[in-house]
Design a protein around this ligand. Structure first.
Ligand SMILES: Cc1cc2nc3c(=O)[nH]c(=O)nc-3n(C[C@H](O)[C@H](O)[C@H](O)COP(=O)(O)OP(=O)(O)OC[C@H]3O[C@@H](n4cnc5c(N)ncnc54)[C@H](O)[C@@H]3O)c2cc1C
Length: 355
């Protein structure tokens, strides 16, 4: 068997060495080369590698390059298609498979579509305060929240006006939520996933079963801007690992109907600043809407009318009886909040919890 192998190899080597190169130049090794010195062994080796392939032979080296090249091209194509698809999904829900399934399935699994004048992303000091103002101006206001305000991490809040000895921050947030509810906001627990412009309105899609069609959108979602990726005209800037939305002083952006407030705009990282910013941007939204508005004021009876003036839009005059009733109600509510210590602990920084 060994002898047979030897013979076949010799015949094969002989036939290779006798073949002319494809360009017609005879590269048959010299006698010296076939005599076996190392240099000429290499020549013989070179000649062996350069032999034209017979039909059915496989050139492994070239095949590897072809496979590698094809993989790279396919990878690039798949990446480009996925990127394009993602972009389309952000512009219109028609490209979202969830949309197809919801069209095919029964109504219980469909995304419910609600309409609002104002949709606020985030229920921290900025979002809740903006909502109080827009709802009080009779604009239908939905506030969406994906979870906690970062203020829940505070240990004791000592610089928020109106609390001389400070206040439990979780308590204050609950009171802010209550205030938003009492003034007519609709609050929903839902993470906003994407925003797109559909005609006159903005479509706000959430990971819950809700889509909101809104005239005005106020983003207060410190520290998440990912859902705005599909809105190209928006200007953002990065600082550290955070992304901030560029706004005018009144909270408006280059995108019609889209506003931002609070820490997400890069304003100082203080609760009262975020709340004030929310109020200011809420007022901008009111002024940009069709709602007649002067100021959001509650004045004692006669304050305008006794001077022969109409009560301006947004303002209210209340008599003594109404004033007393409202004061008693406020005392009752505040007592209910402060009769006991708040049960919840501050939320720790995630990296501390992980350790
Ligand atoms: C440890 C600590 C202590 C602090 N102490 C003080 C202090 O003593 N005094 C002070 O003035 N300030 C303090 N701050 C700062 C203060 O908490 C913030 O400046 C303030 O909460 C910012 O308000 P905001 O409304 O802009 O954002 P946040 O309060 O963070 O609210 C953002 C809201 O957006 C929501 N959200 C985010 N992404 C999405 C999404 N995709 N969809 C829907 N909702 C979303 C969040 O769930 C949250 O409801 C402290 C902060 C920390 C971390």
């Amino acid at each position: 068997m060994a002898a047979q192998d030897e013979t076949e190899e010799d015949e094969w080597r002989f036939s290779i060495e006798d073949l002319p190169d494809s360009d017609g130049v005879d590269e048959t090794p010299t006698e010296q080369a076939t005599a076996g010195d190392s240099e000429n062994s290499n020549v013989a080796g070179t000649l062996e590698r350069r032999q034209p392939l017979e039909p059915g032979d496989i050139d492994l080296e070239n095949a590897l390059f072809v496979v590698l090249g094809a993989s790279i091209v396919v990878g690039l194509l798949v990446g480009a298609v996925l990127g394009f698809w993602k972009r389309c999904r952000r512009i219109t829900p028609l490209f979202d498979p969830a949309h197809w399934y919801s069209d095919m399935s029964d109504s219980t699994t469909e995304q419910s579509v609600a309409e609002s004048d104002v949709c606020i992303v985030g229920a921290g000091p900025a979002g809740l305060t903006a909502g109080v103002f827009t709802a009080r101006a009779d604009l239908d206001t939905v506030v969406l929240s994906a979870g906690e305000s970062i203020l829940r991490r505070n240990a004791h809040l000592e610089n928020f006006p109106g609390f001389p000895a400070g206040v439990n921050a979780r308590q204050l947030l609950e009171m802010m939520e209550d205030q938003a509810d009492r003034n007519g906001c609709e609050r929903r627990d839902a993470r906003v996933d994407s925003v797109s412009r559909d005609g006159e309105s903005l479509t706000v899609r959430t990971t819950a079963d809700t889509t909101i069609e809104t005239e005005s959108l106020i983003c207060t979602s410190w520290a998440d801007t990912g859902y705005l990726d599909g809105i190209d005209a928006l200007e953002m800037h990065d600082r550290g690992n955070k992304t901030y939305i560029e706004t005018e002083d009144n909270g408006s952006t280059p995108v019609d109907g889209l506003y931002a407030a609070g820490r997400i705009t890069g304003s100082p990282h203080q609760a009262v600043v975020a709340a004030g910013d929310g109020a200011r941007v809420g007022l901008t939204v009111i002024q940009d809407s069709d709602v007649p508005f002067y100021h959001d004021w509650v004045a004692p009876e006669g304050y305008f009318t006794d001077r022969g003036r109409e009560i301006p839009p947004g303002c209210e005059e209340i008599d003594d009886k109404e004033r007393r009733q409202r004061e008693h109600k406020a005392q009752e509510v505040m007592q209910s909040y402060f009769s006991d210590s708040h049960p919840e602990e501050p939320t720790q920084h995630p990296s501390v919890v992980d350790n």
